[in-house]
Structure formats: structure tokens, C-alpha cells
Design a protein around this ligand. Structure first.
Ligand code: F6P
Length: 357
């Protein structure tokens, strides 16, 4: 019976009542976030019919902002700033933390977000999304500075993403499992369609931008070459490779059917330890993945335990089905110990895969 279905609003109120986590204040904040995601879903669906933003700028990472990046950022700020549950926000699109308007009621939460992840996919009409994370402000802080946002992922009280694809979805964790909601456009509400999402521990699918292969570290090269070797290689099984270039879409695929996602450390630019951002990409996804029974790591440390040093910090990311994440971590440990630098395979006629320089 459709009318018996649980809406997102009902779910978060009931969940906070059941677990005692967050209470009405967190539920109200997440309600604002879902409203923002609905607005962004509508804007994304309008595509080229959105009114052009006069001047397209360059964001703090030197990337050209697409009009929809700007629109989505504005939507998140404007929808969430007046609720009275927040005292500050950090966005991928803004160099400094966003200060709430003076005279506004302040709450104890911090909201950190990437308003439109995978935005290189916008022009080609592929799936993009919003990633968000909720933290608690340090006690007594009403106007947080960047340092107040520098908390490890274990401190997150909620995390989630919205997906703008063929179907618009909202996937969330409040630290008590992962739940997926589908936007019913006829009634304008996210409906619970994927309760208690679980990531299988094993997989035969991995995702990596293979064009960076020459920059990878040896353990990553080893992992990928073993997968590509397929049935006749050391893994004894055929693997599929995927790359959407939209983290939110890759993570959603993993949430649905398992898999491994990697944007590992590489040698392209040693000042950047990875491509993805810790606070508003890696950490929220790591919380979701762990809550769904998967694992998330930098390949050398559990993601959620990384202590951030700057709000836009980049980090290597390996996440998904736990057995594959653990395997890749083991390869890194072995490499760091100087072991197992030779990979024997009938396919490769016993050759070193590792260019140790
Ligand atoms: O950080 C944004 C992002 O678009 C991710 O969503 C995606 O996984 C990655 O960058 C794509 O990177 P590349 O351009 O190397 O394919």
C-alpha cells in the first residue's frame, strides 16, 4: 500500500526517537538537507534550461565552476542556514567556512558538503550527486572557524548522499545502518525503498581511473593486474572494471551490489596525496560504507581515523567490499615492508610488475 510507505521525514524522526541519537534538532537539520536535495534534483533535471549564471568562476581548487555547481551550492546554503540547528558550514565550492548571517539563531551542528559531486558529468547527462556530513561543533562555539571542522570521520553524527540519476535517491546513515529513499516526484517526497542496505564482503568488480596507471604505487598496480589477469591469473576469477568518474554514482553501485572503488595515492603531484577530499567526500562515504558492512581506508589507515589538518585536504581512497579493501591494504603493508615485490603468474611468465625506483 503506497500510503503506508515511510517518508524520509518520518523515518528520521522515528529513528532519532528509537535510538535517542540527535533528537528533534538533528531531524530538523536533515529535513532541511533533504529539501535542498529536492531543489538540486529539480535544477539538475532542468539541465541546459537553467538560467545561465552570468560569470562562471574558478573554485578554490582551480577548477572551473559549472553553473550547476554554483546553483547547488547556493541551494544548500540558503536552505540550511535559517533552521537554527547549524552554526557553520563548509562547502567544496568555498575556500573558507560559510558564516551564518548575523542575528540568526545558532545550533550545535556543523554541515560539510560537496554540493554537486561528479560535476564533469553534468554536460553529458550522467549521474551526479550531493555528499554531506554532519558534525557537532566544539562546546561553546557559535561562529566556527576552519579549525572547528577538523574532526576525524569517527565524529560524524550523520552522513549521506543524494543521487541525481535516472532516479533521484537519498541514502543516509545516522550511525545505525544505511537506508535508501527514492524521490517520488508525484508527491514530492523521498520514500523509504532500500532499508538496511548491505555491501557483500566479496566482489568481482572494481573501479579505478586506469589512465593514471603509470602514476600508481606498486601495490595498486599489483592488485589491478591480478584482477585483469582473470581466471588464469592468481585470483582465479574474472573481474569487471567500471569507471563513471562520479564518486557518488560509484559508491551507490557498491551499496547496491558490492565492488571496490579506488582513487589511490599516486605520483602525479606529490603535494597532493590523493584526488578526493577528506571532509566532504571520503569521510561521509566511509561512514556509509562501514555502516553497510564494507570497509574504507587510505590503503594505510582506516579512513574514519584520519585526523584532518585542513578543511579541503585530499586523501587516497579505497572503499567497498571488505575482503577486497583488506586485500589491498595487505598489499600496501607488504610493499611498505619491502616484501612480495615479484608477482608470478603463468600469464605474465614470471615477471616483476613493480617498477621500484
Ligand atoms: O572529486 C570529484 C570527482 O568527480 C569524483 O566524483 C570522481 O570519482 C573523480 O573526481 C573523477 O576523477 P577523474 O577525473 O580522474 O576521472
Amino acid at each position: 500500500m503506497p500510503h503506508r510507505r515511510t517518508t524520509f521525514s518520518k523515518f528520521i524522526i522515528e529513528d532519532s526517537r528509537r535510538t535517542g541519537a540527535g533528537g528533534a534538532e538533528l531531524a530538523a537539520l536533515l529535513n532541511d538537507v533533504q529539501t535542498a536535495c529536492k531543489f538540486i534534483a529539480v535544477a539538475v533535471a532542468r539541465g541546459a534550461m537553467n538560467e545561465a549564471i552570468a560569470a562562471t568562476a574558478t573554485n578554490v581548487h582551480g577548477e572551473t565552476q559549472k553553473p550547476l555547481d554554483v546553483i547547488s551550492n547556493e541551494i544548500m546554503l540558503r536552505t540550511c542556514e535559517y533552521g537554527g540547528q547549524l552554526c557553520g558550514m563548509v562547502s567544496e565550492e568555498m575556500e573558507e567556512p560559510y558564516r551564518l548571517p548575523q542575528g540568526q539563531p545558532r545550533g550545535r551542528y556543523l554541515l560539510v558538503f560537496d554540493p554537486l559531486d561528479g560535476s564533469s558529468n553534468i554536460d553529458v547527462n550522467m549521474t551526479v550527486g550531493t555528499i554531506f556530513s554532519v558534525l557537532l561543533a566544539p562546546p561553546g562555539v557559535a561562529d566556527p572557524t576552519a579549525g572547528d571542522f577538523l574532526q576525524p570521520g569517527t565524529a560524524q553524527v550523520a552522513a549521506g548522499y543524494a543521487l541525481y540519476g535516472p532516479v533521484s535517491m537519498l541514502v543516509i546513515t545516522l550511525g545505525n545502518g544505511v537506508h535508501g529513499f527514492t524521490l517520488d516526484r508525484e508527491i514530492g517526497a523521498y520514500m523509504l525503498t532500500h532499508p538496511d542496505m548491505r555491501i557483500p564482503p566479496q566482489t568481482r568488480e572494481f573501479a579505478i581511473n586506469a589512465s593514471n596507471e603509470r602514476f600508481w604505487e606498486p601495490p595498486v598496480r599489483r592488485y589491478v593486474e591480478e584482477c585483469i589477469a582473470g581466471k588464469t591469473g592468481p585470483r582465479g576469477a574474472d573481474f569487471n572494471m567500471r569507471w563513471i568518474a562520479s564518486m557518488v554514482a560509484e559508491v551507490h553501485r557498491i551499496m547496491i551490489r558490492g565492488g571496490l572503488f579506488m582513487y589511490p595515492r599516486d605520483t602525479r603531484d606529490t603535494s597532493k596525496p590523493g584526488r578526493l577530499r577528506l571532509l566532504y567526500e571520503a569521510n561521509p562515504m566511509a561512514m556509509l560504507v562501514e555502516q553497510a558492512g564494507g570497509a574504507a581506508s587510505t590503503a594505510r589507515q582506516r579512513m574514519l581515523e584520519v585526523m584532518p589538518t585542513t578543511i579541503h585536504q585530499r586523501v587516497p581512497v579505497v572503499l567497498g567490499s571488505s575482503e577486497e579493501v583488506e586485500r589491498l591494504v595487505r598489499y600496501h603493508e607488504a610493499y611498505d615492508r619491502g616484501e612480495s615485490l615479484v608477482f608470478d603468474s603463468p600469464l605474465f611468465n614470471t615477471r616483476s610488475l613493480f617498477r621500484v625506483t
